[in-house]
Design a binder for this molecule. Structure first.
Ligand code: NAP
Ligand code: MN
Length: 286
């Protein structure tokens, strides 16, 4: 039997009508651009679909892309993301506001645009084990674990073998695309997102005769895992990208390279190392 729902998404002549949605930061410029995009999309015959978008346009900063990712993380295999930055150039938002029409014309042809390349970036998978069971979630940038009021005390295990006992402010586990965010401030390395890995970085560890940690950040490949077992009864702060939650019921956490990846729609090449240079070094005399 013919599936009428999916059939109706195809226009006569076989051209596909793209389902899109826009997530904006909420500031005046981003809201304005979002309205402009919707108006252009209507003219182009694109279909606004907040529930099931094929492509999500984020207008704002990298933080806006994090927000968009968490809205649509339940359908990563059917969604691609693209970003316009309304502040400084971002890692996830790499189109300028004055390019919105050009971008709309390319999104209109999604996924058939000749310039389109879908790149897939690895994510961090987090398993939170409590007495009730295990909850899992995904981070685009990073997951962090910190103590609230008191320092964090936790055992770190790698591939089921005890590695070290950590005492300090916290632990940050980032994805390659998140390596340029919090991880970088912690002295972690920048990892190219074509490498399927996660990075564990310390946040102000205490080192003395009782507590000894490696000090360097660690990069784990796919199929390795890291377990963090916080000392019982601690009030913990868990962060997932821009999201925060305080919990006292966590028995252990498992971090690994997620089985799923996030898809970004690249309508033109913008190499990762070029973005790194433009964000952190600039176009100075050197
Ligand atoms: P925010 O306080 O606005 O973010 C901090 C900065 O990180 C912003 O400039 C943001 O860019 C930038 N950023 C986000 N993702 C990035 C990436 N993948 N590579 C390079 N820079 C990135 O809060 P937010 O916008 O909600 O972002 C949450 C993120 O802040 C967290 O995921 C964490 O990585 C980061 N953070 C950093 C520190 C630190 O460096 N000490 C501490 C806490 C959190 P935009 O201005 O374009 O949004
Ligand atoms: Mn931000």
């Amino acid at each position: 039997m013919m599936n009428t729902t999916s059939f109706s998404r195809f226009l006569p002549g076989g051209s596909h009508m793209v389902n899109y949605w826009v997530v904006d930061r909420g500031d005046e410029l981003s809201v304005q651009l979002s309205a402009r995009f919707h108006a252009m999309a209507e003219r182009f015959g694109m279909n606004p679909d907040e529930q099931n978008p094929d492509i999500v346009l984020s207008i704002g900063g990298d933080g806006t892309m994090l927000h968009a990712f968490h809205l649509y993380k339940g359908r990563l295999d059917r969604t691609s993301f693209v970003g316009i930055h309304t502040g400084r150039l971002g890692f996830f938002a790499d189109w300028k506001p004055d390019e919105i029409e050009r971008l709309a014309q390319m999104i209109r042809n999604y996924p058939e645009d000749a310039n389109l390349k879908i790149v897939q970036y690895p994510l961090v998978e987090i398993g939170i084990r409590t007495r009730e069971g295990t909850e899992t979630d995904l981070a685009l940038n990073e997951f962090t674990l910190k103590g609230v009021e008191k320092m964090l005390v936790a055992e770190l295990h790698i591939n089921d073998e005890k590695f070290e006992t950590f005492r300090g402010d916290g632990i940050c586990i980032s994805s390659p695309s998140g390596s340029t965010a919090y991880n970088k401030s912690l002295g972690g390395s920048l990892i190219h997102p074509s490498l399927e890995a996660i990075q564990i970085a310390e946040i102000a560890s205490i080192n003395n005769r009782v507590y000894r940690t490696l000090g360097s950040s660690i990069i784990l490949p796919k199929h390795h895992h890291c377990d963090i077992r916080p000392q019982a009864g601690q009030n913990l702060l868990l962060t997932l990208d821009h999201l925060h939650v305080q919990r006292t019921d966590v028995l252990s956490l498992r971090l690994k390279v997620a089985g799923q990846k996030v898809r970004f729609a690249r309508f033109r090449p913008f190499p990762f190392w070029t973005r790194v240079r433009e964000a952190f070094i600039g176009h100075g005399a050197n």
